[in-house]
Design a protein around this ligand. Structure first.
Ligand code: NCD
Length: 341
């Protein structure tokens, strides 16, 4: 089966088969991260423009590293020092970048829908690296890849999401992806961050419940997604930080209420000692650093698929770099033509 993607703007419109395809195409790139030589020539001669209109450390470095490991060059727009500060419009900025002839645009913007808007005006593929509170599709995919590695499958898991869900594009992308595999969700945080409308953000029939006691939320959880608390949103008198910590911090003691093999995800950057204790962040159930490593594999797959296109039948560009024994199994049906060339 072959899927073609023009852009990657959101996970909501993608089918379970398309999502599995994206995860399967990421797998061989995971193996490359373990190689002493990590560079391929797949995108040699291509240019990826990175336009981050909002601050980012890991996502920008991750896309940049993914591009260079595929042999592509990058163009970098730094929002703080760009003409945006001189009043240039978003469209003028991206048209200017596009006039330098990149082959793809990866963009982050504080406005929900910004990537979609830009994609409608450009003839090159656009990847949404986070738009406001809407979606962060590459983060949703790298989280799913991490979960699938640790749990063996994405099917029917109980996923508890803790924190400021109302403002989280990471939570939305995770819900849109995982709900297509029968996962059920428990959302937990202060009432103002877990509004009722979140119960209906998934597809029809998705199981999403709100709970306001962390102890109840953690019960029976397979996956615990801890969101970053934006400390500027924690203030007197509505929500002092000490109350948040007291009521919602994920501690080792609380984690014992989840399943004994539950895994912890956090998109970063972490506020240690606020939403998560250092003991949990660094503990055996934490997947935080695996998420970062998997981020590069997912982004390599996205750049490859959007710039070149690939299919389950064709040889994967990373195939020749893998030891045959390393070839990982997948949820999808196996095809013997996948074997190394
Ligand atoms: C997230 C983001 O910016 O959406 N971080 C990330 O991309 N790794 C989450 C966050 O900043 O809270």
């Amino acid at each position: 089966m072959t899927y073609r993607f023009r852009d990657l703007l959101a996970l909501e419109p993608l089918s379970a088969d398309e999502l599995i395809f994206l995860l399967d195409q990421s797998r061989p790139f995971q193996a490359i991260q373990r190689n002493p030589l990590k560079k391929l020539a797949t995108l040699r001669g291509k240019t990826v423009a990175l336009a981050f209109f909002e601050n980012s450390t890991r996502t920008r470095i991750s896309f940049g590293t993914a591009a260079s490991r595929l042999g592509a060059d990058t163009m970098n727009l730094q929002a703080e020092s760009s003409s945006l500060k001189k009043g240039e419009s978003l469209l003028d900025t991206v048209h200017t970048l596009n006039a330098m002839k990149p082959d793809c645009l990866v963009m982050r913007h504080a406005a929900s829908g910004a990537a979609d808007f830009v994609a409608r005006h450009l003839d090159i593929p656009v990847i949404n690296a986070g738009d406001g509170t809407h979606e962060h599709p590459s983060q949703g995919l790298l989280d799913a890849l991490t979960i699938r590695d640790r749990k063996g499958s994405l099917a029917n898991l109980h996923v508890t999401i803790l924190g400021d869900i109302a403002h989280s594009r990471v939570a939305r992308s995770n819900i849109h992806l995982l709900s297509k595999f029968g996962c059920r969700f428990t959302l937990c945080g202060p009432a103002m961050w877990v509004p009722r409308e979140l119960e209906s953000i998934g597809p029809p029939g998705a199981s999403i419940r709100r709970v306001f006691r962390i102890e109840e939320a953690l019960e029976d959880a397979d996956v615990v997604l801890v969101l970053r608390v934006q400390t500027e949103r924690l203030h007197e008198p509505a929500l002092p930080a000490r109350d948040y910590i007291l009521l919602y911090q994920l501690s080792a003691e609380r984690l014992r209420l989840a399943k004994s093999d539950a895994i912890i995800l956090h998109p970063g950057p972490m506020n240690r000692g606020v939403e998560i204790t250092p003991e949990v962040a660094d503990g055996p159930q934490s997947c935080v650093l695996e998420q970062v490593t998997n981020g590069i594999a997912v982004r390599m797959a996205l750049l490859f698929l959007l710039l070149v296109g690939g299919s389950e039948e064709e040889a994967h560009p990373a195939a020749e770099m893998q030891e045959p024994g390393e070839r990982p199994s997948t949820d999808a049906k196996k095809d013997p033509s996948h074997a190394a060339r």
